[in-house]
Design a protein around this ligand. Structure first.
Ligand code: FAD
Length: 463
């Protein structure tokens, strides 16, 4: 008789593996099904971790090549060893995925190797064996959205997966899609020497993020050498001897033009991944966008089957998936697991970084909410001056009457770390005045957050 479990989680990404560990901590007998050779899902294998490894390496390269001289440090004979850079990325990924294996052993979570298929509520088939379980959590994540007329080969026409594996620096990289993934990976290859053109259907980059921040970010990236073709769509790609020839048209209609590239990155978004799970036969309902439909307790319409992470509605972010993994495990243990979707930060790990939490100004306007704005530029921050990182600003949005913080948006050095304070503020229902009255160490970038909070009330000190 094969083992039976209290919980089988399908997928070992940040949603699935965290859910499995939390459930085991709570005393459940847990298995996690993963068809990939290594644990950790998209995030650890082909997403967050390898992209951040390459972003760090390429930023180091750019600093030495272009920024050190200003500090009085001259380095001659700088050379790029891309093979080593890629090998290091592989080592970082491997250390992380092995770390999850260790955590599974430590928490006695069984890794069922292979593709999982739900054959009935309480039954999961893996590699020809059917396992019984009280509950099932679907955490199968997402996959890149393909673009009609542009065939992916992961060598010259790539998704993010191929863009993380390039063996030489492209001369001209065309990125289709001006979202987070396209701009991060575009940054990696631009820093290493590629000319980078971003073609985006909308007339702005970073859809969904604060418009003012996105406009300023576009200016900063243009200064760094990015070229943008906004309001344009790619309608087809043909392979030529020199590379790829893209046909590009204005989004609103008009004459087509040709753009030549030697590598094309298709980064137009991700879609939920449910292939081979057998959901139709079991009757698990999907929504209009192919996501597993869940209620506020992550339950699908079939009793005993739950879903979390990229495969359900909401931001496709690793930390959102993790928090849902913890919440559903706690709910299954009879506790009150909960995720505050109003306090999930979103970060673009370029340099400068972009970070946001809560409502954008556009959203507050659309909702008719009366609000106040406080802004503070990094040009007026002593630490930013010392670092030589002056691009960007902090923007805090607070309710006009109550002063409660509704949103925070940062373009600037280390924005991804700075935003944590504002996540805490929103989680605790803080006012801008609360943030302004907290002592912030000097000289730190975080003083810009305090100053922006002071600016909400029109009384910043340093500007
Ligand atoms: C290039 C890139 C960079 C990113 N950077 C960031 C970032 O910096 N920060 C951030 O928050 N997010 C980032 N993301 C998004 C993040 O990776 C996802 O939001 C996150 O991985 C979702 O977690 P998940 O657990 O829902 O699914 P996934 O991580 O996608 O994991 C799902 C797993 O399920 C497995 N699986 C699927 N079907 C089956 C089956 N039937 N049986 C067995 N196993 C199965 C898959 O093999 C996969 O390993 C990035 C994504 C990409 C592509």
């Amino acid at each position: 008789m094969p083992d039976s479990f209290d919980l089988i989680v399908i997928g070992s990404g940040p949603g699935g593996y965290v859910c499995a560990i939390r459930a085991a901590q709570l005393g459940m007998k847990v298995a996690c099904v993963e068809k990939r050779e290594t644990l950790g899902g998209t995030c650890l294998n082909i997403g967050c971790i390898p992209s951040k490894a390459l972003l760090q390496s390429s930023e180091n390269f750019e600093e030495i090549a272009h920024k050190f001289a200003d500090h009085g440090i001259t380095v001659e004979g700088i050379k790029l060893d891309l093979a080593r850079m890629q090998a290091r990325k592989g080592e970082v990924v491997s250390a992380n995925t092995k770390g999850v294996e260790f955590l599974f052993r430590k928490n006695k979570v069984t890794w069922l190797k292979g593709a999982g298929k739900i054959t009935a509520p309480g039954k999961v088939e893996v590699a020809g064996t059917t396992y019984e379980t009280k509950n099932i959590v679907i955490a199968t994540g997402s996959d890149s959205i393909p673009l009609r007329g542009v065939e992916i080969d992961e060598k010259t026409v790539v998704t993010s997966t191929g863009a993380l594996e390039l063996e030489s620096v492209p001369k001209h990289l065309v990125v289709i899609g001006g979202g987070v993934i396209g701009l991060e990976l575009g940054s990696v290859w631009r820093r290493l020497g590629a000319e980078v053109t971003v073609i985006e259907f909308l007339d702005r980059i970073l859809p969904g993020m604060d418009t003012e921040i996105a406009k300023n970010f576009e200016r900063v990236l243009t200064k760094q050498g990015f070229k943008f073709k906004l309001g344009h769509k790619v309608t087809g790609a043909t392979r030529t001897e020199a590379g790829i020839s893209l046909s590009v048209e204005p989004a609103k209609g008009g004459e087509a033009q040709t753009v030549e590239a030697d590598v094309v990155l298709v980064a137009i978004g991700r879609r939920p991944y449910v292939e081979g799970l057998g959901l139709e036969a079991v009757g698990v309902a999907l929504d209009e966008r192919g996501r597993v439909r869940t209620d506020e307790h992550f339950a699908t319409n079939v009793p005993g089957i739950y879903a979390i992470g990229d495969v359900i509605a909401g931001a496709m972010l690793a930390h959102k998936a993790e928090d849902e993994g913890v919440a559903v495990a706690e709910i299954l243990a009879g506790q009150h697991g909960h995720v505050n979707y109003g306090a999930i930060p979103g970060i673009v790990y370029t340099w400068p970084e972009v970070a946001a939490v809560g409502a954008t100004e556009d959203e507050l306007k659309a909702a008719g909410t009366a609000y106040k704005v406080g802004k503070f530029p990094f040009t007026a921050n002593g630490r930013a001056r010392a670092m030589g990182d002056l691009d960007g600003f902090v923007k805090i949005l607070a309710d006009k009457t109550t002063d409660r913080v509704l949103g925070a948006h940062i373009l600037g050095p280390d924005a991804g770390h700075l935003i944590a304070e504002m996540v805490t503020a929103i989680e605790f229902g803080a006012s801008a005045e609360d943030v302004a009255r907290i002592c912030h160490a000097h000289p730190t970038l975080s003083e810009s957050v305090k100053e922006a909070a002071l600016a909400v009330d029109g009384r910043p000190i340093h500007i």
